[in-house]
Design a protein around this ligand. Structure first.
Ligand code: NAD
Ligand code: SER
Length: 317
């Protein structure tokens, strides 16, 4: 890959993944793009790009000689339930633009993430298998299942190298999450540092698969760099790291901030969380490209509180 276009670079994952890609491939070889100008993606070229605008995508691809696209543009689960047609438009029409553009330009690779939101009621809750029931109840989840199928279709029909992972909820301390159901697992750390308490929008016993950003970056880069000939799956790899309830998360924070207080006030996101698994079986990712996470809950909590504590001291949050 010589020139990588990151679409949706200004979001929770894009902010950090763009920097990581620039370190690996060189700042000038990674073009950052989003519907608004990215603030934190470091030095290197950037473009305003709406992924639903195929002509503009074509212009940017031609301008830089793009031969790989990382497609992070998406409307996440909670925002998607408030505006399902927007979720459909960005997640589906955006993705088909990326895939068609990549096919026509004979690109070397497309990476487009899926999510645990591809699962739904009827999916086994614990250690959810790679191959299983995919009947999501959110528009976001529907677009993720369709996205996985489309990715695999382009692999099989056109020989395009398309890859994707079903990220769990991602927890990070750079950019805030963009309107998902797992956002409580990030907000709790910010509020613990800033106010010593948090009002949680899911119930105490709500358990979901989660992953710390360093593992998310590692998984993404490892999959991008995996030998294509070794992959049996393509667009839908389960990737696990940790699984905890909201109560477990609060208890982990209390180990380091003993006075931390939490109340539980479930809202519409509870139903979405209840439709997703507790944990996933990621044997395929481990076998096909060597996936192995580094962080567990307490290791993540120590790091999150240390980084956010420093930021708070410096008036950055
Ligand atoms: P995010 O909401 O933080 O960022 C998405 C970015 O897409 C934003 O910067 C937004 O401005 C941009 N965007 C929206 N509409 C666009 C358009 N029309 N054209 C171009 N850009 C547009 O999301 P994220 O958390 O960084 O997620 C990245 C990918 O990872 C998505 O595919 C998401 O479904 C997937 N994912 C994320 C998580 C998570 O917990 N963060 C979990 C599972 C899957
Ligand atoms: N974090 C995402 C969400 O909650 C999962 O895909 O929407």
């Amino acid at each position: 890959m010589k020139k990588i276009l990151v679409v949706g670079c200004a979001g929770q994952i894009g902010t950090e993944l763009t920097l990581t890609l620039r370190k690996i491939y060189g700042a000038d070889n990674v073009i950052a793009s989003d519907i608004h100008l990215p603030e934190k993606c470091g030095n290197g070229p950037s473009e305003i790009l709406d992924v639903t605008d195929r002509a503009r995508l074509e212009t940017v691809v031609n301008r830089y000689g793009i031969d790989a696209i990382v497609n992070l543009a998406a409307i996440l689960s909670a925002t998607g339930e408030k505006n399902p047609m927007l979720a459909w438009n960005v997640n589906m029409n955006g993705l088909i633009n990326v895939l068609e553009c990549a096919r026509e330009h004979k690109m070397k690779q497309v990476l487009t993430p899926s999510s645990i939101a591809a699962f739904g009621p009827g999916t086994p809750l614990n250690n959810t298998p790679q191959e299983t029931v995919l009947h999501p109840s959110t528009m976001y989840g529907i677009t993720k299942v369709a996205g996985e199928l489309l990715g695999d279709y382009y692999v099989n029909k056109y020989g395009l190298d398309v890859r994707g992972l079903r990220y769990p909820g991602i927890i990070s301390n750079e950019a805030l999450p963009g309107g998902g159901t797992t956002d409580y697992a990030v907000a709790i750390y910010y509020d613990a540092i800033k106010f010593g308490k948090y009002s949680c929008f899911v119930k105490e016993d709500t358990r979901l698969p989660m992953m710390y950003m360093p593992d998310c970056l590692k998984a993404t880069i490892d999959l991008m760099q995996a030998d294509f000939s070794q992959l049996k799956h393509h667009s839908d790899f389960n990737v696990g790291a940790m699984s905890f309830s909201a109560g477990d998360l609060a208890a982990s924070i209390k180990k380091y901030i003993p006075g931390f207080e939490i109340e539980y006030k479930p809202d519409f996101r509870q139903l979405i969380a209840d439709s997703w698994p507790n944990s996933v079986d990621d044997t395929a990712a481990r076998e096909e490209w060597g996936w192995k996470p580094d962080y567990d809950l307490d290791a993540m909590t120590r790091d999150m509180l240390s980084v956010l504590g420093e930021k708070h001291k410096n008036g950055l949050i």
